[in-house]
Ligand binder design. Structure first.
Ligand SMILES: Cc1cc2nc3c(=O)[nH]c(=O)nc-3n(C[C@H](O)[C@H](O)[C@H](O)COP(=O)(O)OP(=O)(O)OC[C@H]3O[C@@H](n4cnc5c(N)ncnc54)[C@H](O)[C@@H]3O)c2cc1C
Length: 400
């Protein structure tokens, strides 16, 4: 099968969906996803999405992001993300996304590890589902977008050194999708790990394809291990116990029920402390206690975690739960510039599969949904600019 489009987008998580919503409506857009439309990590995000609360918060937010990233972050990208955050939140609210409110009707902010103040917007503990389902609803309404499920990119099309589309398969069928612009938004690499919070079909396919075509990659060894997933002997995806649970006061305990680390240190530091503690205790996990969090708060802020743990046999309002670190996020990826352009002309990358340098060596909690949205928008705007320019050039040629 052969398909022609103005832009092809690989992936229907927040990055892909927001890119589609940000492209001009006169462009014919094709989106493909390897699984069904709701099986993306974007649907799994629990804790929330960061936002610059006010101008006074800028320095502190910038510094928190840099410190968590071991100062290996690209400063320009961090600035772009933080400066873009308020507009993104306004647009999400415009699409019908609801964030928790305080008693005065303003936004309620929560806190996670390594944030020096609460600046995270959330919707219970299913923020990703709230955001992504609204974006998906909006994209489904667009007449210029065609969505193909269970359609897996197997390669990009390279002609004279530029990208002119993607090759894909849907079951036995082979598909060539030709387009002047391609956006890779195919998420992370967790599917390659035995213990990961990610969907198993997220196997970093775009990274392999980019490598094959000599496209620049960056920091492939920067993989984030999340300190707290629910310990289980069952195979399959690990269930995340969001960092905001610790942000709201939960404790990490060793075999003897004693605290052994400051729970709000950056993820890599807490993970290392847990690893050492497990070795010391000779255990496969440590414990997390939500005892410091009032029962009503657990039920209202973390209903999904509460329900899931109950299904696994733990009542978090009464007892501690076993937790263990697991692969969670990929800071490296396909190198992109500040407009999300890869090193191959006409090929863009956004979201977790890309590396624009925002996260440096370690991602600050709740920066990834935001980063995906901000930089997907920039890819779309760059494509819009170039398409408009090309139309203008063609019109001028005709006049001449
Ligand atoms: C459990 C969990 C909790 C999280 N909590 C938070 C949080 O609270 N705050 C936060 O900011 N971040 C959080 N994150 C991280 C965040 O959710 C992701 O980094 C972000 O959603 C990535 O979005 P994306 O659009 O790049 O990729 P995804 O949402 O993962 O989407 C990838 C898409 O690409 C498709 N795809 C993959 N390979 C192919 C292929 N070969 N062909 C076609 N399609 C393909 C997939 O099917 C999917 O549609 C969390 C992640 C997890 C796993």
């Amino acid at each position: 099968m052969k398909i022609h489009a103005d832009t092809v987008i690989v992936g229907t998580g927040v990055a892909g969906l927001f890119a589609a919503l940000s492209l001009p409506r006169n462009l014919n857009i094709v989106m493909i996803t390897k699984a069904d439309l709701e099986s993306s990590d974007s649907f799994l995000a629990q804790g929330g999405i960061c936002v610059l609360r006010d101008e006074e918060d800028y320095d502190s937010y910038f510094e928190d992001t840099m410190r968590a990233g071991h100062y290996e972050n690209r400063r320009e990208s961090v600035d772009i993300m933080i400066r873009g955050s308020r507009q993104i939140i306004r647009e999400l609210v415009g699409y019908g996304v609801e964030f928790a409110k305080d008693s005065n009707g303003g936004f309620a902010y929560t806190r996670e590890g390594a944030h020096s103040r609460p600046r995270i917007l959330f919707h219970e503990d299913i923020t990703g589902k709230e955001i992504t389902s609204h974006l998906l609803d909006q994209v489904r309404k667009l007449e210029n977008v065609t969505l193909y499920e269970y359609t897996e990119m197997t390669d990009i099309i390279e002609e004279k050194g530029r990208c002119t589309g993607v090759l894909a398969r849907k079951g036995e069928e082979r598909i060539a999708i030709r387009a002047p612009f391609t956006i890779l938004a195919s998420g992370g690499i967790g599917g390659r790990y035995r213990h990961s919070t990610n969907f198993p079909h997220l196997t970093g396919d775009a990274i392999d394809i980019a490598k094959k075509h000599g496209i620049r990659l960056e920091h492939l060894d920067y993989v984030q291990i999340h300190p707290t997933t629910l310990y289980s002997r069952k195979p399959g995806r690990r269930f995340l116990i969001s960092e905001s649970v610790r942000g709201e006061g939960a404790w990490l305990l060793n075999r003897d029920g004693e605290r052994f680390v400051d729970e709000l240190l950056p993820r890599d530091v807490v993970t290392e402390a847990i690893q050492k503690q497990m070795e010391k205790d000779g255990t496969d996990h440590v414990w997390l206690s939500m005892a410091p969090i009032p029962r009503e708060k657990i039920l209202s802020h973390f209903p999904n975690i509460y329900r899931h743990c109950l299904e696994e046999g733990y009542d978090v309002t009464r007892e501690r739960i076993p937790v263990v670190p697991a692969q969670h996020y990929f800071m490296g990826g396909i190198w992109v510039d500040s407009e999300s352009r890869t090193s191959m002309p006409c090929l863009y990358a956004a979201g977790e599969t890309s590396c624009n340098g925002v996260h440096g060596a370690n991602r600050l909690a709740s920066n990834s949904l935001l980063e995906s949205l901000v930089f997907a928008r920039r890819a779309a705007k760059d494509i819009a600019r170039r398409t408009a320019q090309e139309t203008l050039d063609m019109a001028e040629q005709k006049i001449v």
